[in-house]
Design a binder for this molecule. Structure first.
Ligand SMILES: NC(=O)c1ccc[n+]([C@@H]2O[C@H](COP(=O)([O-])OP(=O)(O)OC[C@H]3O[C@@H](n4cnc5c(N)ncnc54)[C@H](OP(=O)(O)O)[C@@H]3O)[C@@H](O)[C@H]2O)c1
Length: 266
């Protein structure tokens, strides 16, 4: 479908893609990043590395993975302005950049996918949501889905929901990592060696998620099943309710969603 693939921005997310794309697609793959010094991670990449776009590069039938920070988008767009042809596709993972604004900045009327993966793509467990412009064909959607399914789950959504996705799953790994960190400290406070507390906390979070996924049961049903009357779990749950754990997490998703909306408007 494409003659070449460009991954623009080889930071945390771009490098994940740069590792995976060559294992799925057999294209000419180029990674662009201005300041990446040679490093063992980059040496491992099976793609052509460049510090900038060059006149000799062709963008005919190309797919661009845009993986830069929001404030670098305009600069990249200026360099590529008007160069993408109608058979190309732009895949942006940039938070808060709408399809309309990308189309204007790149002066590109072809298909644009606005994607929100998360950092767990690195281990194949991203929760990825995708919104696409109306002119995206079925084959182009299938092509993108094939890639993102390699790094986790994929949901197609209307674009107006992408800020909420950013607030829940885009930023979400950080919330859960904070919970894991706190559980470890709880174990340490109660006398467990840190390494043991770490394994117990991490495996507990993974196990609870897996149990929920595999059973298909509502989390509240599973929670009730492990809550013995007058037992230890209800003591802890009461404390979590009293301190507002659920309200805090709901509020966290709301705040991150609002921030993403603000970024879109800038
Ligand atoms: N990290 C996440 O969990 C996550 C999840 C979902 C979506 N996202 C989105 O993904 C995007 C990238 O995030 P990230 O965490 O990977 O950021 P990052 O680690 O800062 O990577 C961005 C890379 O782009 C490079 N860059 C800057 N200007 C460039 C240009 N003109 N051309 C090519 N490359 C350029 C940066 O170089 P310098 O460092 O030298 O500036 C950096 O290496 C963001 O827009 C973010 O909203 C991130």
């Amino acid at each position: 479908m494409f003659e070449s693939i460009y991954i623009v921005g080889l930071g945390k997310m771009g490098q994940i893609f740069a590792h995976i794309v060559p294992t799925i697609f057999n294209h000419n793959i180029v990674g662009i990043d201005p300041n990446k010094a040679p490093s063992p991670e980059l040496d491992d990449l099976k793609i052509q590395l460049e510090s900038k776009f060059k006149k000799s590069m062709s963008f005919k039938k190309s797919c661009i993975f845009l993986c830069v920070k929001p404030y670098h988008v305009s600069k990249v767009a200026k360099e590529l302005e008007g160069q993408l042809d109608k058979d190309s596709m732009l895949i942006s993972i940039v938070a808060g950049q709408s399809i309309e604004s990308l189309s204007k900045k790149f002066k590109f009327k072809g298909p644009i996918l606005r994607v929100m993966p998360n950092v767990a793509a690195q281990v194949g467990y991203s929760a990825t949501a995708i919104a696409c412009s109306e002119n995206t064909s079925k084959d182009q959607k299938k092509w993108a889905e094939k890639f993102f399914e390699h790094v986790g789950t994929v949901d197609w959504l209307d674009e107006y929901l992408m800020d909420a996705v950013t607030g829940l799953s885009g930023s979400g790994p950080a919330y859960i990592l904070m919970v894991i960190e706190a559980l470890i400290d709880g174990g340490v406070k109660m006398g467990l060696p840190r390494n043991i507390a770490t394994t117990l906390a991490t495996q507990t979070v993974r196990g609870a998620a897996q149990l929920h996924i595999e059973s298909g049961l509502h989390p509240a049903v599973l929670k009730d099943q492990v809550t013995t009357p007058a037992g230890t779990t209800i003591e802890a749950l009461h404390e979590l309710e009293r301190r507002g754990l659920r309200a805090m997490l709901i509020q966290a998703v709301e705040m991150a969603t609002k921030k993403s909306k603000k970024l879109s408007k800038k």
